[in-house]
Write a protein that binds this ligand. Structure first.
Ligand code: NAP
Length: 472
């Protein structure tokens, strides 16, 4: 076994924005030539940019061009269809890499914790998002929207905006996008008339950003309804907003207030915004039929934050389907520390710690993105986050405080992967899939027609489970 000491190797687990930004920073270093291998559970790269960003936000998705450029670097390799924790373990990777960077995002959703939450037709927004984006994990979901008239979306973040917008769009608006073909068909037969978006705090505390709330007022066939009560500020919020000079929140409130006088304009669907309400119970015998909500008021907590508090005023709304959109949540990785309360890997500036609030490090292990800081920020937020972590690795490398792999040869890693999973996917193979998707899109007047199962991806590449994957 040869050990080429000049080859510094880093494994990145996950291929979303934070993983690519970390790869980019490492590959750019002039002093040390770092080799980066990216391992991805799915055959396809780009994480939430492919499986999360809404199909009608094509401009945001175009960031994949940059990631593809990073992937074309001669010291970068992609191992798709390889799950960390089952196919390769932390101990396997420690034998080949000086550093391991976890960039796995937040793969599940937070729950409301109220009665009736598990009734049929009560879903996590993340499930709906994965489904309409053709994510293989959600391909088998059946969001039958025929006969569904009233939908409630709980939470007022950008994911809630995405869900409401996709439900309210016409098939014509969605046709040219890369939305999954089956989702387009289901939405074509949707009977949804009203989508109510509910925030537990007031309009000044909404988590959505200005372009997203503005977009809801520009839908082809859906009116936005904000009544005076829901657009006005309570005294605490008004004072807080003035003091904090939060320009985004001020603008959000202005946009909401501009909707008050609009009323109905004869469009087929309505998007209703409600604030200071929380779901209390989801009611139904064998599926969602109604939702009991409680009116909230705001109070100032000991940290100076405005928090919601339930009053004794309730209301019951007839509802046919519910999407909870109250945030993503990280899931633990095998043999990697996890802080359950926050759903993150405990870390100091990206260096993995053996426990939250501890000081002991898991040498050579690093973390970036949502699994480092929690599910917040836009795609660009991941760049400084990833650079911070990559710099920690570079500093540790200088100090010799990284993993000491036994075998860093190029081929030994490929051999290990090939032995464990012959159907791994290289970046060149992903590019073949990408070309097919784009070609199928061009043939049908759509931006892309996605593969939505792993089987059809492997089939398109002429791979059967016994077959070996190709090199880079
Ligand atoms: P988010 O921005 O954190 O919003 C979560 C929402 O859920 C907040 O309104 C929060 O209200 C509410 N919530 C939490 N717990 C609740 C409960 N028990 N009951 C009722 N409401 C509750 O999360 P997200 O929408 O999942 O988005 C995740 C990140 O991705 C965000 O940074 C977002 O901006 C980003 N993203 C960006 C885009 C885009 O740029 N177009 C698109 C999608 C997502 P409180 O504020 O009261 O806690």
């Amino acid at each position: 076994m040869t050990n080429n000491a000049a080859q510094i190797r880093v494994a990145i687990i996950g291929s979303g924005p934070s993983g690519f930004y970390a790869a980019d920073h490492l590959l750019k270093q002039r002093e040390s030539k770092i080799y980066v291998d990216m391992f991805e559970r799915l055959p396809t790269p780009f994480g939430l940019v492919r499986g999360g960003v809404a199909p009608d936000h094509a401009k945001i998705k175009s960031v994949t061009k940059l990631y593809s450029r990073i992937a074309s670097h001669e010291r970068f390799r992609f191992f798709g269809n390889i799950e960390f924790g089952t196919v390769v373990s932390r101990f396997d990777l420690s034998e080949h890499y000086h550093g391991i960077i976890y960039a796995v995002g937040a793969q599940t959703d937070r729950k409301l914790g109220i009665p009736g939450e598990d009734l049929p037709n009560s879903y996590a927004a993340t499930e709906f998002v994965g489904w309409y984006n053709g994510h293989p994990d959600y391909h088998d979901y059946d969001f039958d929207l025929s006969g569904i008239k009233r939908v409630a979306v709980i939470g007022v973040g950008n994911v809630a905006m995405d869900v409401a917008r996709i439900l309210a769009r016409t098939p014509e608006e969605l046709y040219g996008t890369d939305i999954a073909g089956y989702a387009l068909e289901t939405l074509r037969h949707s009977d949804v008339e009203e989508i109510t978006i509910m925030g537990r705090r007031g309009p000044a505390q909404a988590a959505f950003t200005n372009p997203e709330i503005k977009e809801l007022g520009e839908m082809a066939d859906a009116d936005i309804i904000v009544d005076c009560e829901n657009a006005s500020l309570d005294e605490l919020s008004a004072t807080h907003l003035k003091k904090a000079r939060d320009r985004s929140a001020i603008r959000n409130v202005k946009i909401l207030q501009s909707y008050v006088d609009r009323g109905l304009t004869g469009k087929s669907r309505r998007i209703v915004m409600r604030f200071l309400v929380s779901p209390n119970e989801i009611i139904g015998t064998d599926k969602v039929e109604a939702m009991k909500i409680v009116m909230n008021e705001l109070y100032l907590d000991e940290n100076g934050n405005l928090r919601p508090r339930a009053t004794s005023e309730y209301e019951t709304l007839p509802i046919d389907m519910i999407f909870r959109s109250v945030g993503y949540r990280g899931v633990p990785l095998r043999d990697v520390p996890f802080y359950d309360r926050w759903g993150t890997i405990p870390n100091a500036d990206g260096r993995v710690l053996t426990r939250h609030e501890g000081r002991e490090r898991l040498t050579g292990n690093y973390v970036v993105g949502w699994i480092k800081r929690g599910p917040s920020g836009i795609i660009g937020t991941n760049k400084p986050d990833a650079i911070e972590t990559a710099n920690c690795f570079l500093e540790d490398l200088l100090n010799g405080d990284v993993l000491q792999p036994l075998d860093t040869r190029d081929e030994s890693i490929v051999e290990m992967v090939r032995m464990r999973k012959p159907t791994f996917i290289s970046f060149d193979e992903w590019k073949i899939l990408d070309d097919i998707e784009l070609r199928r899109g061009a043939e049908s007047g759509r931006s892309r027609v996605k593969f939505t199962t792993v089987e059809e991806m492997l089939e398109a590449l002429g791979k059967v489970p016994e077959m070996a994957g190709a090199g880079k």
